[in-house]
Design a protein. Structure first.
Length: 154
């Protein structure tokens, strides 16, 4: 997700990060290099070298650091990001179980009733065009059960 604009907000002690899907707050407390009253943020910019998917800020002391949009989305519990993170984790687990069972991928695809190419897409953790339902079916076919739990957001 591309960042359109980022602004420091010293009163709220956060950066305001604007993207096509909305404006998010990223608290200074989540930064690796934290600004302070003695070392404030003097500049912040959307970083073209990060593909406009991150921003870089500079402190008065001359130190600088960058923040990626993924960090901003995770801190703000963005549902789209959380879905992609869950799909990534399920894909990694499925890859691990396929390797452990030693089952042929073509046989597994037949068991699921899908073409082998679709199975390869399900196992690819970088492919997000799959559904959680498909991943649950795949893991079930591998002999594993998926449990999802919820907890209150602070």
């Amino acid at each position: 997700m591309k960042i359109r604009r980022v602004l420091p907000h010293s009163r709220k002690k956060c950066f305001l990060v604007e993207s096509s899907s909305g404006t998010y707050e990223f608290p200074y407390s989540q930064l690796t290099l934290k600004p302070s009253a003695k070392d404030p943020v003097i500049s912040v910019m959307v970083d073209g070298e990060l593909g406009r998917e991150g921003f870089t800020y500079n402190l008065e002391s001359g130190k600088s650091d960058s923040v990626m949009m993924d960090q901003v989305l995770k801190i703000n519990s963005d549902p789209g990001y959380l879905r992609e993170e869950l799909l990534f984790e399920l894909s990694c687990e499925a890859q691990k179980y396929v390797a452990q069972t030693g089952i042929a991928k073509r046989a597994l695809a037949r068991r699921l009733g899908i073409p082998p190419a679709q199975l390869y897409r399900l196992l690819d953790q970088k492919f997000y065009g799959k559904t959680i339902d498909q991943m649950i079916r795949l893991l079930h076919a591998l002999g594993h059960r998926v449990q999802i739990s919820t907890k209150a957001v602070a």
